[in-house]
Design a protein around this ligand. Structure first.
Ligand code: HEC
Ligand code: HEC
Length: 408
């Protein structure tokens, strides 16, 4: 080769290398995302009846669903907080306002962080709540209703629960004290009372009866729950994100986003649990987040999945949370203990950077070590991630955002 030609090839190589490397990194990321179950958003869309969804919206926003008439589903599932509420722990019955204002009001405080609703009830999304206490992954709905489950649709069963939870939609007072026994008949009484109120509210009862093909007098809480489930399926359907456009339409990602995506599917090991079309395996894992608040089990303890299975291996395990719009739903974890995404990621791989054991009681310290022992069997155990890498992962998570504008 003549030296001029050699020089020409050298220039071409120098210019081509970064671009080619980029294309290769893009190809690796596309392959990994598809292999880990990412699908176009529309493929997750469930069927629902638009008339039911329209009346479901009225019910979702109605305080009639709260026995003590002072909270609606909307009070905790707000658009401005990505369908959660922006609080570490949910503030229910008796609460006033949103955000910090609500924390100062005389609200009933729940033991868990509010979950977002994106994709819930979509194709294949059949395990609900942090602890999966409504679970249809076996093909049959398992829930606290046992064989009395009101429906074989797990989202409809899920929607039966918020109105019968103390502090969530039932305020604590002398007149509600007898319901505390928490058995199926007390729950049934509450749901019947709500159905009675709805039957007496013509602006909701008439369209609900019409959409359900029933007379107003026949309406029960089941039709109310079916309408709310239709609303959730319609309103919170997955929409296309920047990451979908990258995977399915060949649009570019920034360098940080690309690097974050490669970490997510590669060395960060995130996709071992955050996979499938919803970025969740809908299974249960132990990530040793610090605990905030009094906890589901009291004394600052939340045994998570164990509460429902009584299986020792499920202690401290929670359902892998889906990650759509996760940038909008701070704070994070089942008890909302992490104020930002970087902290939430750090807690997965390096919990002792987040938990100061010297400030804990002997009991809490023992709990931390028990949690860590179970975590040591999980794929995120002691994965090495620098702060710069965590920043890249956060940039990647931001590509999973979308706006809740209605689908055309
Ligand atoms: C006081 C605040 C509050 C109110 C009111 C409320 N929710 Fe929630 N919602 C939560 C919290 C907290 C969770 C997570 C609870 C858990 O997993 O233990 C949740 C979870 C859910 C889930 C499960 C999501 C998932 O990922 O599995 C659905 C569905 C839901 N709520 C729908 C509703 C509906 C419908 C209403 C009204 C009937 C309602 N919520 C009222 C706070 C609230
Ligand atoms: C072993 C399974 C597993 C792996 C691996 C994993 N996660 Fe998680 N992730 C979970 C579980 C379970 C939770 C909730 C735990 C809790 O609240 O106690 C969670 C919570 C989160 C949250 C908080 C979401 C919210 O709504 O509160 C984010 C963000 C997150 N993970 C991102 C990641 C990233 C990024 C990686 C990779 C570095 C990763 N996860 C690896 C299982 C996993």
């Amino acid at each position: 080769m003549k030296s001029a030609t050699r020089f020409f090839f050298a220039i071409v190589l120098i210019c081509a290398t970064p671009a080619m490397a980029d294309t290769m990194r893009e190809a690796v990321l596309r392959k990994a995302a598809l292999e880990n179950g990412l699908r176009p958003a529309e493929e997750t869309w469930p069927e629902f009846e638009p008339e039911m969804a329209a009346v479901g919206r009225l019910l979702f926003e109605s305080e009639l669903l709260s026995l003590t008439h002072n909270v609606s589903c909307r009070n905790c599932h707000l658009d401005e907080y990505g369908s959660a509420d922006g609080l570490p722990l949910a503030h229910g019955a008796g609460g006033i306002g949103e955000g910090l204002e609500r924390m100062k009001s005389p609200a009933g405080i729940l033991s868990r962080n509010t979950l977002a609703l994106w994709g819930r009830g979509g194709v294949g999304f059949d395990v609900f709540f942090w602890d999966g206490r409504v679970d249809a992954s076996s093909g049959e709905v398992r829930s606290q209703f046992g064989i009395m489950a009101p429906s074989d649709d797990p989202l409809v069963v899920t929607v039966h629960l918020p109105p019968v939870e103390f502090r969530e939609m039932i305020g604590e007072s002398d007149s509600t004290e007898w319901l505390r026994q928490g058995d199926v008949s007390a729950a049934a009484w509450v749901l019947q009372e709500i159905a009675r109120r709805i039957r007496e509210t013509p602006e909701i009862a008439a369209p609900l009866a019409e959409a359900s093909g029933m007379d107003v007098g026949e309406l029960s809480y089941l039709q109310i729950a079916e309408a709310i489930a239709a609303f959730i399926r319609s309103e919170f359907r997955l929409r296309e994100t920047a990451f979908h456009r990258f995977i399915f339409k060949g649009e570019p990602l920034s360098d940080q986003e690309l690097a974050g995506g490669l970490l997510f599917y590669g060395r960060g090991r995130c996709s071992i649990c955050h996979n499938g079309p919803y970025f969740s395996d809908l299974k249960f894992h132990v990530i040793p987040f610090a605990q905030f608040g009094f906890g589901f089990n009291g004394f600052g303890i939340d045994y998570g999945r164990y509460n429902f299975t009584q299986d020792q291996r499920d202690r401290y395990a929670f359902r892998t949370p889906p990650l759509y719009n996760v940038t909008k739903t701070a704070p994070y974890s089942h008890s909302g203990v992490e104020p930002d995404l970087a902290g939430a990621i750090r807690a997965h791989v390096d919990p002792l950077a987040k938990i100061d054991t010297s400030r804990l009681s002997a009991l809490d310290r023992a709990e931390v070590y028990r949690k860590i022992a179970i975590w040591s069997l999980e794929p995120s155990y002691a994965v090495e991630l620098s702060d710069a890498e965590i920043t890249k992962l956060v940039a990647f998570l931001a590509t999973l955002e979308y706006n809740p504008e209605p689908v055309q």
